[in-house]
Ligand binder design. Structure first.
Ligand SMILES: NC(=O)c1ccc[n+]([C@@H]2O[C@H](COP(=O)([O-])OP(=O)(O)OC[C@H]3O[C@@H](n4cnc5c(N)ncnc54)[C@H](O)[C@@H]3O)[C@@H](O)[C@H]2O)c1
Ligand SMILES: [Zn+2]
Length: 360
């Protein structure tokens, strides 16, 4: 399951070095229309890439579907891919999910490399082995666990990404920092990531610094996934912010004011930290700092108490629940994780009251 995660100092050199150390028969590259335009130029000077067979699919999550998947399978098949071929996925989470699943299923599985080009992709989707597509209107309905051979992380790709997509991934970085605290990862002690993230200037981005923060964040996910690849236990920690987050995301679609996943997670984090204060004595000071950052950068998702019941119903139907009760990951403190927690409707309503008071 262990994936090689490469922190790039120079993407062309790092990718060329990786490819030269591998033996494969036929190199394929998958892009979407945006990564073809913005990201391919950053690796195009590599001779191996110049001779690779390139396929591009339409961008957007609505295209993470069986039609795009079939297009990739067809392209591989018609261009002589065999079980020793290698696929490079160059794109955000939509593309690495779809490309990973295409690779996992083509001729019962070929190897693939992920080069994430969005913050969400780098910090979350490209790492951890979950691949798949949406089907019959359901997110990630069809998929497989299939780790990439390697994931190359380079924040230079992010320079063409808009602020909305950047913030969407940033929420998952906040989540990782809350989960990890000042723990040592792989024997290397981490910095105070949470406070560094809360202080980071998202209006004038220092990409070198972002690369450091990003790589640390990826290691948090990698460490958790390595411990529990199939989500039997600690991997559920990654669900922090997502029980409320998914419900907000669903409500936003129902109210026809859709919000990006990461925004819903940011608001969800605030709610689940409040619940952590109530149930585990998480410090109010940390809750205040995170809430302030979220309010300033993500704005407000407005709803009123007539929506509480609907939010509650979505939480009850969250696929992460194992029994009738709603499953939360909560924190005793930054880095002190409590998985498999639950809350009753009264506590959930109280949390929503807090959210509405704070955000309006
Ligand atoms: N596998 C997992 O564990 C996992 C985890 C989280 C999310 N996901 C999946 O990830 C997807 C969301 O990922 P995403 O937010 O990266 O979406 P995305 O891949 O759709 O990218 C967002 C937009 O940015 C464009 N883009 C990508 N890189 C760019 C760049 N460098 N410059 C300019 N534009 C660029 C894309 O073309 C797209 O229009 C969802 O499908 C979600 O289900 C998977
Ligand atoms: Zn998420």
């Amino acid at each position: 399951m262990k994936q090689q995660i490469i922190r790039c100092s120079h993407i062309e050199k790092d990718l060329a070095g990786l490819l030269r150390g591998l033996s494969y028969d036929g190199l394929f590259l998958l892009t979407d229309e945006n990564t073809h335009q913005h990201c391919l130029p950053l690796i195009q000077s590599i001779p191996e890439i110049q001779s690779a067979k390139i396929i591009s699919i339409p961008a957007g999550d609505e295209n993470k579907n069986v039609e795009s998947l079939s297009k990739v399978w067809k392209f591989l098949s018609e261009n002589g891919a065999n079980r020793k071929s290698l696929l490079i996925n160059l794109g955000g989470g939509m593309l690495t999910d779809l490309g990973g699943f295409a690779a996992a299923t083509f001729k019962r599985g070929i190897r693939f490399i992920n080069i994430p080009t969005t913050l969400l992709g780098a910090v979350d989707a490209a790492v951890g082995g979950k691949t798949g597509i949406n089907f019959t209107g359901l997110k990630n309905e069809i998929g497989a666990f299939a780790p990439a051979l390697a994931v190359l992380i380079d924040s230079n790709f992010l320079q063409t990404l808009d602020l909305t997509n950047l913030l969407s991934g940033y929420a998952e970085m906040l989540k990782h920092a809350l989960l990890c605290g000042r723990d040592a990862i792989n024997g290397v002690s981490t910095r105070d990531s949470l406070n560094e993230l809360l202080r980071f200037d998202l209006e004038r981005i220092d990409y070198r610094k972002l690369n450091d923060l990003l790589f640390e964040s990826v290691l948090v996910k990698e460490r958790i996934v390595t411990e529990d690849p199939t989500e039997q236990g600690i991997r559920k920690a990654l669900n922090l912010g997502h029980t409320f987050g998914h419900a907000f995301e669903s409500l936003s679609y129902e109210l026809k004011r859709p919000v990006p996943h990461g925004y819903a997670v940011a608001w969800g984090l605030v709610c689940e930290l409040f619940l952590s204060v109530v149930k585990f004595g998480f410090t109010i000071d940390e809750l205040r700092k995170v809430s302030q950052f979220v309010k300033e950068n993500y704005g407000v998702f407005a709803f009123d108490c007539t929506h509480y019941q609907r939010i509650y119903e979505w939480m009850q139907h969250d696929k992460k629940n194992e029994s009738a009760s709603i499953n939360f990951t909560l924190l005793k403190a930054v880095g002190e994780i409590e998985i498999n927690q639950t809350a009753n409707q009264e506590e959930i309503d109280e949390t929503l009251d807090f959210y509405r008071e704070y955000f309006t």
